[in-house]
Design a protein around this ligand. Sequence first.
Ligand SMILES: [Zn+2]
Length: 201
Amino acid sequence: MLNITTRLTISRASSRFVRALKLRQNGNFTQASWGMIRNSVKNEISGKLFANQGLKCVYCERYLIGLGHEIDHFAHKGDYPQFTFTAVNLFYSCKLCNSPERKGQKNTIESLNDQYNNCTFSIVHPYYHNPDEEIIFTDQDRIYFDRINSTQLGNNTIDFFNWDDLLYTTIRSRTLVNERLNPLTSQEERTLIQLSISYKK
Ligand SMILES: [Zn+2]
Protein backbone atom coordinates (compact mmCIF):
# COMPACT_ATOMS: atom_id res chain seq x y z
CA MET A 1 0.00 0.00 0.00
CA LEU A 2 1.27 3.48 -0.83
CA ASN A 3 2.16 5.76 2.06
CA ILE A 4 0.26 8.96 1.23
CA THR A 5 1.74 11.96 2.98
CA THR A 6 0.20 14.84 1.03
CA ARG A 7 -3.35 15.89 1.65
CA LEU A 8 -5.39 16.63 -1.46
CA THR A 9 -6.43 20.28 -1.78
CA ILE A 10 -9.04 21.42 -4.25
CA SER A 11 -9.45 24.81 -5.88
CA ARG A 12 -11.75 27.49 -4.49
CA ALA A 13 -14.13 27.08 -7.41
CA SER A 14 -14.49 23.35 -6.77
CA SER A 15 -14.86 23.87 -3.00
CA ARG A 16 -17.59 26.43 -3.65
CA PHE A 17 -19.41 23.98 -5.88
CA VAL A 18 -19.22 21.20 -3.26
CA ARG A 19 -20.42 23.55 -0.49
CA ALA A 20 -23.34 24.71 -2.64
CA LEU A 21 -24.27 21.10 -3.34
CA LYS A 22 -24.33 20.37 0.40
CA LEU A 23 -26.61 23.34 1.01
CA ARG A 24 -28.96 22.23 -1.76
CA GLN A 25 -29.21 18.88 0.02
CA ASN A 26 -30.22 20.55 3.30
CA GLY A 27 -26.74 20.45 4.76
CA ASN A 28 -26.10 16.73 4.35
CA PHE A 29 -24.40 14.82 1.59
CA THR A 30 -26.29 11.77 0.43
CA GLN A 31 -25.34 8.65 -1.47
CA ALA A 32 -26.29 10.53 -4.66
CA SER A 33 -24.05 13.55 -4.03
CA TRP A 34 -20.96 12.18 -5.76
CA GLY A 35 -22.91 11.63 -8.96
CA MET A 36 -24.12 15.23 -8.87
CA ILE A 37 -20.79 16.98 -9.06
CA ARG A 38 -19.55 18.62 -12.23
CA ASN A 39 -17.05 16.87 -14.45
CA SER A 40 -14.63 19.74 -13.94
CA VAL A 41 -14.57 19.01 -10.19
CA LYS A 42 -14.12 15.28 -10.78
CA ASN A 43 -11.36 15.97 -13.29
CA GLU A 44 -9.56 18.14 -10.82
CA ILE A 45 -9.82 15.56 -8.02
CA SER A 46 -8.85 12.82 -10.44
CA GLY A 47 -5.75 14.62 -11.75
CA LYS A 48 -4.53 15.52 -8.29
CA LEU A 49 -5.03 12.01 -6.93
CA PHE A 50 -3.18 10.56 -9.90
CA ALA A 51 -0.24 12.88 -9.38
CA ASN A 52 -0.29 12.40 -5.61
CA GLN A 53 -0.12 8.62 -6.02
CA GLY A 54 2.52 8.67 -8.75
CA LEU A 55 0.00 7.03 -11.13
CA LYS A 56 -0.25 3.92 -8.93
CA CYS A 57 -3.13 2.12 -7.26
CA VAL A 58 -3.02 3.24 -3.65
CA TYR A 59 -3.66 -0.32 -2.46
CA CYS A 60 -1.66 -2.75 -4.61
CA GLU A 61 0.82 -0.15 -5.96
CA ARG A 62 0.44 -1.17 -9.61
CA TYR A 63 0.72 1.50 -12.27
CA LEU A 64 -2.84 2.41 -13.28
CA ILE A 65 -2.00 3.26 -16.88
CA GLY A 66 -3.79 0.81 -19.13
CA LEU A 67 -5.71 -0.70 -16.21
CA GLY A 68 -9.31 -0.13 -15.21
CA HIS A 69 -9.30 2.34 -12.35
CA GLU A 70 -11.66 4.44 -10.29
CA ILE A 71 -11.79 6.92 -7.47
CA ASP A 72 -12.34 4.95 -4.29
CA HIS A 73 -13.96 6.27 -1.14
CA PHE A 74 -11.91 4.61 1.60
CA ALA A 75 -14.99 4.71 3.85
CA HIS A 76 -17.71 3.80 1.41
CA LYS A 77 -19.92 6.68 0.31
CA GLY A 78 -23.05 4.52 0.56
CA ASP A 79 -22.53 3.87 4.27
CA TYR A 80 -20.82 7.15 5.09
CA PRO A 81 -22.12 9.84 2.71
CA GLN A 82 -20.89 12.50 5.15
CA PHE A 83 -17.33 11.67 4.04
CA THR A 84 -18.07 11.74 0.29
CA PHE A 85 -15.89 14.82 -0.25
CA THR A 86 -13.44 14.42 2.62
CA ALA A 87 -10.10 14.80 0.86
CA VAL A 88 -8.28 12.08 2.79
CA ASN A 89 -11.12 9.64 2.13
CA LEU A 90 -10.44 9.70 -1.64
CA PHE A 91 -7.88 7.52 -3.40
CA TYR A 92 -7.29 6.15 -6.86
CA SER A 93 -7.68 2.40 -6.95
CA CYS A 94 -7.39 -0.27 -9.61
CA LYS A 95 -10.63 -2.08 -10.39
CA LEU A 96 -9.34 -5.31 -8.94
CA CYS A 97 -8.64 -3.82 -5.51
CA ASN A 98 -11.99 -2.08 -5.59
CA SER A 99 -13.96 -5.12 -6.77
CA PRO A 100 -16.63 -6.67 -4.52
CA GLU A 101 -14.45 -9.68 -3.62
CA ARG A 102 -11.66 -7.38 -2.49
CA LYS A 103 -12.40 -3.95 -1.00
CA GLY A 104 -15.68 -3.22 -2.75
CA GLN A 105 -18.22 -1.74 -0.38
CA LYS A 106 -16.94 -3.50 2.72
CA ASN A 107 -16.82 -1.52 5.92
CA THR A 108 -13.47 0.04 6.85
CA ILE A 109 -14.53 2.05 9.90
CA GLU A 110 -14.28 0.34 13.26
CA SER A 111 -15.47 3.22 15.38
CA LEU A 112 -17.26 6.16 13.84
CA ASN A 113 -16.80 9.79 14.81
CA ASP A 114 -18.27 12.96 13.30
CA GLN A 115 -14.72 14.00 12.51
CA TYR A 116 -13.14 11.73 9.91
CA ASN A 117 -9.70 11.99 11.51
CA ASN A 118 -11.11 10.76 14.82
CA CYS A 119 -12.57 7.59 13.34
CA THR A 120 -10.78 4.30 13.97
CA PHE A 121 -10.19 2.21 10.86
CA SER A 122 -10.29 -1.57 10.62
CA ILE A 123 -7.61 -1.72 7.91
CA VAL A 124 -4.48 0.31 7.24
CA HIS A 125 -5.35 3.83 6.06
CA PRO A 126 -2.93 5.16 3.40
CA TYR A 127 -2.88 8.65 4.95
CA TYR A 128 -3.31 8.12 8.68
CA HIS A 129 -1.06 5.09 8.99
CA ASN A 130 2.34 4.33 7.56
CA PRO A 131 1.64 1.12 5.60
CA ASP A 132 5.34 0.24 5.62
CA GLU A 133 5.24 -0.06 9.40
CA GLU A 134 2.09 -2.19 9.41
CA ILE A 135 2.47 -4.47 6.37
CA ILE A 136 5.85 -6.18 6.32
CA PHE A 137 7.26 -8.17 3.40
CA THR A 138 9.81 -10.94 3.70
CA ASP A 139 12.34 -8.97 1.62
CA GLN A 140 12.78 -5.90 -0.57
CA ASP A 141 11.10 -7.55 -3.55
CA ARG A 142 7.83 -6.96 -1.68
CA ILE A 143 6.15 -10.07 -3.08
CA TYR A 144 5.62 -12.28 -0.01
CA PHE A 145 4.20 -11.03 3.27
CA ASP A 146 5.87 -11.50 6.61
CA ARG A 147 2.79 -12.32 8.64
CA ILE A 148 4.63 -12.61 11.92
CA ASN A 149 6.26 -9.19 11.78
CA SER A 150 3.24 -7.42 10.26
CA THR A 151 1.03 -5.75 12.87
CA GLN A 152 -2.49 -6.93 13.64
CA LEU A 153 -3.84 -4.07 11.53
CA GLY A 154 -1.47 -5.01 8.71
CA ASN A 155 -2.57 -8.65 8.84
CA ASN A 156 -6.22 -7.56 8.85
CA THR A 157 -5.51 -5.55 5.71
CA ILE A 158 -3.83 -8.45 3.91
CA ASP A 159 -6.86 -10.63 4.74
CA PHE A 160 -9.32 -7.88 3.80
CA PHE A 161 -7.95 -7.70 0.24
CA ASN A 162 -6.88 -11.34 0.18
CA TRP A 163 -3.52 -10.02 -0.97
CA ASP A 164 -1.61 -13.24 -0.47
CA ASP A 165 -3.64 -15.25 -2.96
CA LEU A 166 -2.14 -16.47 -6.22
CA LEU A 167 -3.54 -13.64 -8.34
CA TYR A 168 -2.06 -10.81 -6.29
CA THR A 169 1.19 -12.68 -5.74
CA THR A 170 1.54 -13.04 -9.51
CA ILE A 171 0.70 -9.37 -10.02
CA ARG A 172 3.38 -8.31 -7.54
CA SER A 173 5.95 -10.50 -9.28
CA ARG A 174 5.07 -9.10 -12.69
CA THR A 175 5.13 -5.54 -11.41
CA LEU A 176 8.58 -6.09 -9.99
CA VAL A 177 9.90 -7.52 -13.26
CA ASN A 178 8.33 -4.68 -15.24
CA GLU A 179 9.75 -1.98 -13.04
CA ARG A 180 13.20 -3.50 -13.24
CA LEU A 181 13.10 -3.88 -17.01
CA ASN A 182 11.25 -0.66 -17.88
CA PRO A 183 11.76 1.96 -15.18
CA LEU A 184 9.82 5.15 -15.88
CA THR A 185 11.78 8.40 -16.01
CA SER A 186 10.28 11.35 -14.16
CA GLN A 187 9.63 13.08 -17.51
CA GLU A 188 7.66 10.07 -18.72
CA GLU A 189 5.78 10.04 -15.45
CA ARG A 190 4.84 13.71 -15.86
CA THR A 191 3.67 13.08 -19.43
CA LEU A 192 1.55 10.15 -18.31
CA ILE A 193 -0.03 12.26 -15.58
CA GLN A 194 -0.98 14.87 -18.18
CA LEU A 195 -2.53 12.19 -20.37
CA SER A 196 -4.40 10.59 -17.53
CA ILE A 197 -6.08 13.43 -15.77
CA SER A 198 -9.42 13.31 -17.48
CA TYR A 199 -11.98 11.43 -15.48
CA LYS A 200 -13.27 8.63 -17.67
CA LYS A 201 -16.05 7.03 -15.72
ZN1 LIG B 1 -4.88 -2.21 -6.89
